[in-house]
Write a protein that binds this ligand. Structure first.
Ligand code: ATP
Ligand code: MG
Length: 570
């Protein structure tokens, strides 16, 4: 491709509304342009990168035996009513009506549609297992679209769905996708980790997120410093602590202390001159079927997902003022476990063995001190309901956990029979009995993966594309296109490399060399070959590796060979 025939609208300035470096660089290198919040056009340079990424995904899906198809983007509401998600999905689902007032939505995901396809096509166990996938657009009306294509509203996803006859077969399909994902992200040249994710009511570790490691990532990953345990914060478990009981002879006298207008842990701690680890944080939740009180240590944070899973309730939200008042008899900020009745109390493991604690006094402007478990209050259960973090004990080996940041680029999930039951996607087994198919779903965001790759691989000058997804492999910079000899040498080299199947971009623009080199660094093509005065005078060209900055001179006569030799190690 000749630069003069291509379209790479690079920008010198850092766009003001781009917070993260991948977003800045994708705009500056002319890969994308914004149309509206969370909605982007992919320009020719970006398109090449997206396609290469998608192609690697496609190849690995095909290798795992998955079959490509394309499903409609616009989906009828009826299917979503069948699955029960039309109302449950919330505002991310963009609903619309056609001219006949029939309701539709833009597909944020395709479980309903694929289940509908499967129930129409699959009727016998002989047709199973089957995994179907597409590479297509999704629309999610994200509350905070940001970071460019990393969290967009319209984006391309590879979504795959597996159908199996039973649990054991579904687990095999899941493992195949796990392996395919591992191959994909390795081939893309990314540093990543598969982490256990929350799988809601399904349980077990049948949900993994594939996280690209990056400091700017929105997600926190909890990993063990000793073994290979890794999970996202929602899921990360904490080792059940040994049973330690506080000695009653250390208990101080329970007392009530006036704490006017002090509602936060910080306020109470500075007033009572104590630390947050000595406070019991008391949270009232509404489960839709009554209130539940959760207790965590003041220096810990509740993990609502763990609490919800523990309670096995379908809804869970922090209680409103009315419910708090009803349960505790006090306004928000003064709740405590002492004297509560008629409500379930779940305490986090972190409170085991704590004594002489501070908590709300269930009365306006009042706290209690020297509060002790058993003597002063009881709980229904201790459980793991807090966010795991730095220093907590690994659930597998007990060694300390640590946290790092990541970008979720892929997610695999065992669905079980959730959709096949509600939508009656059934098959007949060998004895002629009918069963719902056991399903799994598997997503990769193509744009987010590209952004994550840039987040992980760039420098102050621009993008450093991993070779497998680089828009071109080699960039030839023709320093002075008006010099007929230079021009001829560069075009010769360009054509020879094309003849060897190398993807080459020839910068034949009539621009100052400084601009060409700046753009070269910005768009991050792995290998740069400069054809300048030396080529004419001494028959020499310069080769520069974008990743390492290494440079070499080569004789023009060996140029093709040298470039070809460099390719496998880019
Ligand atoms: P997140 O928690 O980041 O919102 P999610 O759990 O909603 O992600 P999934 O429904 O599992 O995501 O979607 C599968 C994949 O699609 C994600 O791993 C991610 O790569 C991609 N993806 C999801 N939402 C977006 C988005 N708003 N913009 C770009 N890619 C997205
Ligand atoms: Mg989401």
């Amino acid at each position: 491709m000749r630069y003069t025939q291509f379209l790479i609208p690079t920008l010198r300035e850092v766009p003001a509304d781009a917070e993260v470096v991948s977003h800045q660089l994708m705009l500056r290198s002319g890969m994308i342009r914004k149309l509206a919040a969370g909605i982007y056009s992919t320009l020719p340079l970006g398109e090449r990168v997206m396609r290469k990424t998608a192609q690697i995904v496609r190849e690995e899906m095909n290798r795992a035996g998955a079959l490509e198809l394309t499903l409609p983007f616009v989906q009828p509401a009826e299917l979503w009513h069948e699955s029960g998600r039309w109302n449950a999905y919330g505002k991310e689902l963009l609903r619309l009506k056609d001219r006949n007032e029939r309701e539709f939505c833009l597909g944020p995901t395709h479980e309903e549609v694929i289940t509908d396809v499967a129930r129409g096509l699959i009727s016998s166990y002989k047709q199973l297992p089957v995994t179907l996938y597409q590479l297509h657009i999704k629309f999610r009306d994200e509350i905070r679209p940001r970071f460019g294509v990393m969290r967009a509203r319209e984006f391309v996803m590879k979504d795959a769905y597996s159908f199996d006859a039973d649990e054991a077969a579904a687990e095999r399909s899941y493992m195949k996708m796990y392996e395919a994902y591992t191959n994909i992200f390795a081939r893309l040249g990314l540093r990543f980790r598969a982490v256990e994710a929350d799988s809601g009511p399904i349980g077990g570790s049948f949900s993994h997120e594939f996280m690209v490691l990056a400091d700017t990532g929105e997600d926190v990953i909890v990993t063990c410093t000793a073994c290979d345990y890794a999970a996202n914060t929602e899921k990360a478990e904490i080792r059940v602590p040994d049973a330690v009981e506080a000695a009653a002879d250390q208990f101080g006298a329970l007392a009530r202390v006036a704490t006017p207008d002090m509602r936060t842990i910080d306020e109470v701690c500075s007033f009572l001159k104590t630390g947050p680890a000595s406070v019991i944080k008391t949270l009232v939740f509404d489960t839709g079927e009554g209130a539940v009180v959760a207790l965590v240590r003041g220096d810990h944070d509740i993990n609502e997902i763990k609490l919800k899973n523990y309670l096995a309730c379908s809804e869970l939200a922090l209680a409103d003022e009315d419910l708090i008042e009803k349960v505790t008899g006090a306004p928000r900020g003064f709740a405590g476990p002492e004297g509560l009745s008629g409500v379930r109390i779940i305490a986090d493991y972190g409170l085991k063995g704590c004594f002489n604690m501070v908590a709300g006094g269930n009365e306006r402007d009042m706290h209690v001190v020297n509060l002790n478990f058993v003597r002063d209050f009881n709980v229904d259960a201790f459980a793991d309901i807090r966010l795991a973090g730095q220093g907590d004990a690994c659930p597998r080996c007990g060694k300390p956990l640590t946290t790092t940041r990541g970008i979720e680029v892929g997610h695999i999930f065992k669905l079980g029979t959730k959709y096949s039951t509600s939508m009656r996607a059934e098959f007949l087994d060998a004895r002629g009995e009918s069963h719902p198919m056991v399903m799994g779903c598997y997503g990769i965001g193509v744009g987010r993966t590209v952004a994550a790759a840039i987040e992980q691989s760039h420098d102050g000058d621009g993008i450093i594309f991993p070779a497998p997804i680089a828009p071109f492999t080699v960039l030839i910079v023709l320093v002075n296109p008006t010099d007929a000899q230079q021009h001829q040498i560069a075009v010769d080299l360009y054509e020879k490399l094309l003849g060897h199947g190398v993807e080459v971009l020839l910068d034949d623009r009539d621009e100052r060399p400084g601009i060409k080199f700046k753009d070269a660094d910005l768009i991050g093509i792995p290998l740069r070959v400069t054809v300048g005065r030396n080529a004419v005078k001494d028959g020499l060209i310069d080769i520069k590796w974008r990743k390492t900055g290494a440079q070499a001179q080569a004789a023009l006569t060996d140029a093709v060979e040298n470039v070809l030799e460099a390719l496998p190690n880019l």
